[in-house]
Write a protein that binds this ligand. Structure first.
Ligand code: PGA
Length: 249
């Protein structure tokens, strides 16, 4: 499976800073053609960055989307609007959106279906808290996020899906899941995807690991059978560091 390395810049960078980072990244990854690369800047920088990366193998993505096409929904942006500025992907259901902005499995599902209707590809984020893991409830929790988030989605639309397993306790903490812990959950996720869709579809869906991915741990993570990529926050803000992650396995 072609590896997929994605940058989630979260609430960081002005348009100028975003353009500068993307331009540096473009030079750093020149000639790297055997993996997919995605950058997800804030909404304000999407269009400018698109012009910087156009014609390269860096793809553009947004960090969220709304499910309606248009209307009186102040502050929201539709899948069509994202495609219009050059986005190929959108991140949906990041744990920070679930925690701070009342994202639920139901709204996640609406957003995924609306995105697929406009052929906008999706990275669906799932992952448990530390407390859930301590109580051995992490599998049940992630299973529910997958089942409810992917309700009424066809196997053919699932071609536009990637899943990111991001244990909440590993995000921004420097405390990465061990490669074994991540592999175990990735295999579990693939198994659940085979029930939701079918085995062939599940085998074709890329499952990314997210949570304190750094240049020095990417290789070990990527060597695991069911880890097909990485969703990188903090270490993607600097072009050199993100470049090392992209080239580091
Ligand atoms: P982190 O964030 O790499 O800073 O832990 C990952 C994410 O939230 O996608």
């Amino acid at each position: 499976m072609r590896p997929f390395i994605a940058a989630n810049w979260k609430l960081h960078k002005t348009v100028e800073e975003s353009v500068e980072t993307a331009a540096r990244l473009k030079i750093i990854i020149e000639g790297v053609n055997d993996r997919d690369i995605l950058v997800c800047p804030p909404f304000t920088a999407l269009e400018e960055i698109y012009h910087v990366i156009e014609g390269t193998n860096i793809m553009l993505g947004a960090q969220d989307v709304f499910w309606e096409e248009e209307g009186a929904f102040t502050g929201e942006v539709s899948p069509e609007m994202l495609k219009n500025v050059g986005c190929e992907y959108v991140i949906i259901g990041h744990s920070e959106r679930r925690k701070y902005f009342n994202e639920t499995d139901e709204t996640v599902n609406k957003k995924i279906r609306a995105s697929f209707a406009d052929e906008l590809k999706v990275i669906l984020c799932v992952g448990e808290t530390e407390e859930m893991r301590d109580q051995a409830k992490h599998r049940d929790f992630v299973e529910k996020e997958l089942e409810d988030g992917l309700k009424n989605i066809s196997s053919s639309d699932a071609k536009m899906l990637a899943v990111a397993y991001e244990p909440i306790w590993a995000i921004g903490t420097g405390q990465t899941a061990t490669p074994e812990q991540a592999q175990e959950m990735h295999a579990f996720i693939r198994d659940r995807l085979s029930v939701i869709f079918d085995q062939k579809t599940a085998d074709s869906i890329r499952i990314l690991y997210g949570g304190s991915v750094k240049p020095d741990n990417v290789k070990e993570l990527m060597s695991q059978k069911d880890i097909n990529g990485a969703l990188v926050g903090g270490a993607s803000l600097d072009a050199e560091s993100f470049g090392k992650i992209i080239k580091g396995f």
